[in-house]
Design a protein around this ligand. Structure first.
Ligand code: FE2
Length: 247
């Protein structure tokens, strides 16, 4: 159903050149991602088999819909780490968050110190906007995060259809000091042909710094396995200097 490069030859799946995933909803029962711990462990086993050595899980933090925080996320991280160790899967599991840039987030960063926020790597923070409209406070938010000595990474820029005909917006975010993270599944056409086209354009323009699975459910895992078995997928990344392995 979700075939990518259908005429292409199959190759053994090997995502070890990415190595670190920095965007997923694998922690169970926190958002619209996975629900059960057993499923989480099964997904992690498959991701390890695909070549990942580290997974940074990023549950949504979105006002009343997903009111997550360190208090809800870190205990789940601990549970998953214990279950993964028990299952004998040699992989590193970390957690941060995917922050929706909205009024609540502005207030949070105004009233927070750097250490209060869920970050990863040295100083990275993953942010997203609504798919319906750009956040009015996005530029101020990027500025405020940088004032906190944090490096914002913009999740799935290719999925914001209101930028599809304003490609210079992507360059603008880079100028503001934001890094861009492509969803791998955008390349499979799983979010539609326009997202696929813009995703490929961003890759070819060298604007993408990181790639993520944004893994939510079984269909995403199947699509990722399918994508990872296509020769053209690897060709697309030959000239792109993605930074995941540094995380
Ligand atoms: Fe996400």
């Amino acid at each position: 159903m979700f075939k990518f490069f259908t005429k292409s030859a199959s190759v053994p799946a090997d995502l070890s050149f990415i190595g670190v995933d920095m965007h997923s909803h694998l922690l169970p029962g926190l958002d619209d991602g996975l629900k059960e711990l057993e499923t989480t462990v099964a997904f992690i086993k498959d991701l390890h088999a695909l070549g990942y050595r580290k997974l940074i899980c990023t549950p949504h933090i979105l006002s009343d819909l997903y009111p997550n925080s360190k208090e809800t996320i870190l205990p789940k991280l601990q549970l998953v780490r214990e279950a993964v160790a028990k299952a004998g899967i040699p992989i590193q599991i970390e957690a941060a968050a995917e922050y929706m840039v909205d009024h609540e987030f502005s207030e949070l960063i105004q009233n927070s110190k750097k250490d209060d926020l869920l970050t990863f790597g040295e100083n990275f923070i993953l942010i997203e906007m609504s798919y319906l409209a750009a956040s009015p406070n996005i530029e101020q938010t990027i500025f405020d995060l940088r004032m906190l000595q944090l490096q914002p990474i913009f999740a799935h820029p290719e999925r914001y259809s209101y930028f599809h005909k304003k490609f210079d917006q992507y360059e603008r975010f880079k100028e503001l000091g934001c890094k861009l993270q492509l969803n791998l599944l955008s390349l499979s056409g799983g979010y539609g042909p326009d997202v696929k086209k813009v995703g490929e354009k961003l890759v070819k323009a060298g604007l993408i710094d990181y790639v993520g699975t944004d893994m939510h459910h079984e269909r995403h895992l199947e699509m990722l396995k399918d994508l990872a078995s296509k020769k053209e997928f690897y060709t697309l990344f030959e000239d792109l200097d993605i930074q995941n392995t540094n995380l």
